[in-house]
Design a protein around this ligand. Sequence first.
Ligand SMILES: *Cc1c(COP(=O)(O)O)cnc(C)c1O
Length: 427
Amino acid sequence: MNLKNIYSAMGISGEIYDYCTGMEEKLAERFREIDRIAECNQLKVLSAMQQCKVSEACLVGTTGYGYNDIGRDRLEEVYAKVFRTEDALVRSQIVCGTHALTIALFGNTRPGDEIFSPVGLPYDTLLEVLGVREAQGSLKEYGVSFSYCDLKEDGTFDFDGIRAGINERTSLVTIQRSRGYSQRHTLSIDEIRELIAFIRTVKPEVTIMVDNCYGEFMEELEPTEVGADMIVGSLIKNPGGGIAPVGGYIAGTEHCVKNAAARLTAPGLYKELGPSLGNNRLLYQGLFLAPTVAAAAEKGAVLLSAVYEGLGFECTPGPLDKRDDIIEAVTFHDPKLVMSFCRGVQRAASVDSFIRPEPTPTPGYEHDIIMAAGCFISGSSIELSADGPLRAPYTVYFQGGITYPHAKFGVMMSLQQLMEDGFVKLS
Ligand SMILES: *Cc1c(COP(=O)(O)O)cnc(C)c1O
């Protein structure tokens, strides 16, 4: 059977197949560049594993206190090498990205300090951590305040605003690399380098943290290679390669990592405790796969952008734009299209493809969200997924696909659903 017939048997109409594969052919050059970066990063990860002498003994786990867990300790060395940092904390006990960011922030601030964001308000779930939205146990309750300044209208840094926003109490600057659920663009490594250099001229001793969620392995360099003191991320996004079942990481200076470890375990215990349980092999294997998995997801995002831009929808980034995370945003200006799109993505899932997603309130988020997620790892957004917060301008965020053919199928099925629901016509 030819591919078109196989897709047809899977519910994709001939016209959608022709349209999407036509778009794909135009992206060959773009895909080659993505593969080149994946190749660089694959070698970076492999080299770190070899230098750290990862051995079969590292792949088994410990229980209880987790003393002398050589697999866990060696994995943290590997992360530190990959991200060019002094140290790293990589743990299954970190339950998600928000948790990793929380221990990094709580660990590295003290009462009376101020945290400053030079790139606008951070990701939704952090608003409660910071106390921007009232929440029991927030940093605000501990006497740590927060301030921020937005990017300028044209998306560039507001250097005057940043200079004015950093004061004698500012002890930590937080920079979110990815756009998250916002309309701004994702920061490139060059922009992060420029921003950090500027902040150092204003206050050299301030701790600079980058929320690296969704950004890992998108470029040849990571934020810690252009001046950040620490980066923080989730293992059910890029660096877990779709294999890590849970976890988060903080990589940075020894000082920053120890501060975070004091919050994850306890002062005095730091990194010594924390059993890896059965997860070491999965965390190693996930990191090993991460560069090509992130590339597969990135290609899916590029294809989605080309397909929907071709139909006249607003897509950011555009298909040929430089991109620095795996997220593609399509703005529909209509909640019905957001729901139809997500239902299409769900139909393309490996697990739970028969479920029809509905908008629901979600902990940490202010608006109802409709999510398409049929994943091997619950909630994993390196796997094919889409989320749309039901608020104007009704933008849907598409991400993931641990293989490119699956991401491509997700793109096609989203369009198939929009056609079946009567929202889109081809030709
Ligand atoms: C995903 C994400 C987080 C953390 O989210 P979790 O769901 O808690 O893992 C934080 N910041 C950004 C930019 C993210 O994309």
